[in-house]
Design a protein around this ligand. Structure first.
Ligand SMILES: Cc1cc2nc3c(=O)[nH]c(=O)nc-3n(C[C@H](O)[C@H](O)[C@H](O)COP(=O)(O)OP(=O)(O)OC[C@H]3O[C@@H](n4cnc5c(N)ncnc54)[C@H](O)[C@@H]3O)c2cc1C
Length: 423
């Protein structure tokens, strides 16, 4: 096989995945990243000399392509790769668990639901019926509403609020009433009804920047490859001799024979010179609100709320592990377009009140710091296609995977697919 030297633009999960798969096939890669940090939308920001993730980056044990990155870079110890299903769900200030000690699919899910006392027994059986129907369901030519399908299949409001909504809204980053039937089938088959890699929730023990930056850079170096940070590519052009000219800001130029654009949809369109009419109505935002408390206020690693606007809440792993008596909570708000119009101050005030109410935090407990991180372009609402005519220029990224919502797994899968298809 001919060994190629391949340039990848974008150091997000898709770019990292493409680089790893190409190196595994014996190629040499050069990654060019606009920012000074790695990870893209799954990245971190620097706050007072420490890196914190721009949101809690959660994945499932079924994210086989994302986990391939973790394994290749020898990073398993840096992640909680859960083997036990355990989701604490709070309703009316009482905590219930979707919990099962059984590892094997489908029993893990079956027992998780049977143990889930947030639903009465009849509703738990109805939920098992709904899950079984979804597992057997076939995609339809005339795609319809998933919510309607749930209702037709015995899933009442209680079951929808206390199960389907808390899983689907963060997975798709849109409200359940906007999710289509076919995309729900795709998601559940890939991520949840997966006999090899069943449904456990996993997350990192520290920031993605700390975890990936050194290990990925070292991995590239070991394989005669490299990464350049802080170089924003503006355009590319095919020259007659088969060389692609890459034009960056400040008149920096590169040349390559093979190019992968592992950039988000808008950047990809702009680099290719295609006009894209993207605006906020085509995207779905995620807002993360961070609170630092001078005491431990949540004892679980994460918790889901069915009757509160705080939805999914995550605790920082390291403080807990170091037996620190302070705690940082991340309030992760999906489908957050409507919240973008509120000021940071308003968001902090209203969500702090709600956190204090839900966790019964005493007045004496101080909120020592708070922070809002807005990601208006977190995901796109419908996946995009780009008509790329340029020779030896290939495109990947979460938005190119039709069968999955925009996730780290879609990004990792896209990187793998591109390396398999073209090189
Ligand atoms: C706040 C937030 C929370 C999320 N939570 C989760 C989660 O819990 N679980 C999950 O699975 N998914 C989550 N997602 C979605 C997930 O992060 C993305 O789907 C995934 O990271 C996309 O990866 P990507 O490589 O395709 O694109 P990106 O991450 O967008 O990577 C593209 C890279 O290209 C670079 N780039 C762009 N233009 C140029 C240019 N002109 N020149 C050079 N470089 C350029 C960018 O800087 C970026 O690093 C979340 C997203 C956000 C924003």
């Amino acid at each position: 096989m001919k060994k190629n030297r391949i340039t990848i633009i974008g150091g997000g999960i898709a770019g990292i995945s493409a680089a790893i798969h190409l190196i595994e096939k014996g190629h040499i890669v050069s990654v060019i990243e606009a920012k000074k940090f790695i990870g893209g939308r799954a990245g971190s920001i620097k706050v007072e000399d420490t890196f914190i993730d721009i949101g809690q980056h959660v994945f499932l044990s079924s994210y086989q392509n994302f986990i391939h990155i973790i394994k290749t870079l020898n990073l398993e110890k840096k992640f909680i790769l859960n083997k036990i299903l355990n989701i604490p769900v709070s309703t009316d200030k009482k905590t219930y668990y979707i919990k099962s000690n059984i590892i094997k699919y489908p029993f893990s899910i079956l027992f998780g639901v049977i143990n889930y006392k947030n639903l009465n027994l009849i509703n738990r059986f109805k939920l098992i019926y709904g899950l079984a129907k979804l597992k057997l369901a076939k995609k339809s030519i005339n795609d319809s509403s998933f919510l309607q399908w749930l209702k037709i299949n015995k899933q009442n409001d209680q079951i929808i609020e206390k199960f389907w909504k808390i899983i689907c809204t963060p997975a798709f980053n849109i409200d359940i009433d906007k999710i289509s039937y076919n995309s729900a089938i795709n998601l559940f088959n890939y991520m949840i009804f997966n006999s090899k890699n069943t449904f456990f929730i996993c997350y990192a023990k520290e920031s993605f920047q700390n975890i990936f930056m050194n290990s990925f850079t070292k991995y590239l170096k070991k394989n005669n490859s490299n990464i350049h940070f802080g170089i924003k590519i503006e355009s590319i052009e095919n020259k007659k001799n088969g060389i692609i000219k890459i034009n960056a800001k400040k008149k920096i130029q590169f040349e390559t024979e093979n190019l992968i654009l592992a950039t988000d949809y808008e950047s990809t369109s702009s680099i290719l010179g295609i006009v894209s009419n993207e605006n906020q109505s085509n995207r779905s935002a995620i807002i993360n609100i961070y609170f630092w408390f001078d005491s431990i206020v949540m004892h679980e690693d994460f918790k889901v709320f069915t009757d509160s606007k705080i939805e999914w809440v995550f605790s920082d792993y390291y403080n807990k592990k170091n037996k620190d008596t302070t705690q940082r909570l991340i309030i992760s708000l999906s489908d957050a377009n409507k919240l973008l119009k509120h000021s940071n101050e308003d968001l902090i005030n209203s969500y702090e009140q709600e956190v204090r109410k839900q966790f019964d935090i005493e007045r004496e407990v101080e909120t020592t710091k708070s922070l809002v991180i807005r990601s208006p372009k977190a995901t796109v609402l419908t996946n995009r296609k780009i008509n790329n005519q340029l020779k030896s220029v290939f495109v990947c990224g979460d938005w190119t995977i039709e069968e999955l919502p925009n996730t780290m797994e879609a990004a990792a899968l896209s990187g793998k697919k591109i390396s398999e298809k073209y090189f």
